[in-house]
Design a protein around this ligand. Structure first.
Ligand SMILES: [Zn+2]
Ligand SMILES: [Zn+2]
Length: 286
């Protein structure tokens, strides 16, 4: 009855292939959540391409993919036209909106394949690709209850809580928790954020910036990794996955960021495990 979480894209803003990002990966946001009954996917960044290749290699199927988009900034939709299962008629893809009749995510996802942007028409994809809905911001898929919640990000954004009988995963990328630069510890976190992440087994959170980067770009809609660590600590989270890595951050920069967050956990006390999401890595929650 567990949930397996696999990171297929972890980078923010733009893909960053190359030697400097080899260990953590350069593909943009795409996270797979797998239960015995369902295949759920968060975001359709360039990491969706290797997810599609991996699904083909698993040799099972047909695939019934439940896709939850946070928003339609390019780094969260650009992988969809390269998702191989979308080209096979036996597969189904459900593109969720966050309300009862909300098909905006479906429209935005398909709109990027208009002729001026992409050579292959969305209508020529052979899988069954349909809008799906979350009346009241909720839907149940197999044994997983999914709840959408608003994030603080330019243009609007949604995070998702995935809850089974005994496991809870929260996906919250492209989200700023504001910090005024004050040295007080722990940093204040909005109650709504604490409530949504309360006692999660795994919180996957936007931790794009160092403190210095955050303070010079407070309006870009991304959080400092130390602020996010304070969020996870105060919400009683089990594991925190730093996510949406800055395109300028090398693997060594990520090592330093993780070390800084772990040092903070030691100083503030708590059992929180912190790691940086890395492409191809899985977290098995059983
Ligand atoms: Zn993003
Ligand atoms: Zn964004």
């Amino acid at each position: 009855m567990g949930m397996d979480v696999t990171f297929w894209g972890v980078r923010g803003s733009i893909p960053t292939p190359g030697d400097a990002t080899r260990r953590f990966g350069g593909n943009t946001s795409c996270v797979e959540i797998r239960t015995e009954e369902a295949l759920l996917v968060c975001d359709a960044g360039s990491g969706m391409r290797p997810l599609g290749l991996d699904l083909a290699g698993r040799g099972r199927g047909p695939w019934d993919v439940h896709l939850f988009l946070t928003h339609a900034h390019w780094d969260h939709i650009q992988g969809f036209p390269f998702f191989h299962p979308a080209y096979s008629p036996e597969n189904s893809i459900h593109v969720y909106g966050t309300g009862a009749e909300d098909d905006r995510n479906y429209q935005l996802l398909s709109g990027q394949m208009q002729g001026a942007y992409f050579p292959i028409s969305f209508l020529s994809l052979r899988a069954s690709i349909r809008p799906a809905y979350m009346p009241g911001g909720r839907v149940t898929i197999g044994n997983v209850e999914v709840e959408a919640f608003p994030l603080d990000h330019p243009g609007g954004c949604f995070g998702y809580v995935f809850q089974s009988a005994d496991r809870k995963v929260v996906y919250a990328t492209d989200h700023v928790i504001s910090w005024d630069g004050s040295p007080a510890e722990p940093r204040p976190v909005p109650k709504a954020c604490l409530d949504v992440a309360r006692n999660a087994d795994l919180l996957i959170a936007d931790a794009q910036f160092t403190d210095g980067e955050y303070l010079t770009h407070p309006d870009w809609g991304h959080s400092s990794s130390l602020t996010v660590t304070d969020w996870a600590l105060q919400a009683g989270v089990g594991q925190l996955a730093l996510f949406h890595h800055d395109p300028s951050h090398s693997d060594e920069d990520m090592d330093r960021m993780v070390a800084g967050c772990r040092e903070r956990v030691r100083r503030l006390g708590g059992n929180l495990a912190v790691f940086a999401a890395a492409e191809g890595n899985s977290v098995v929650l059983v």
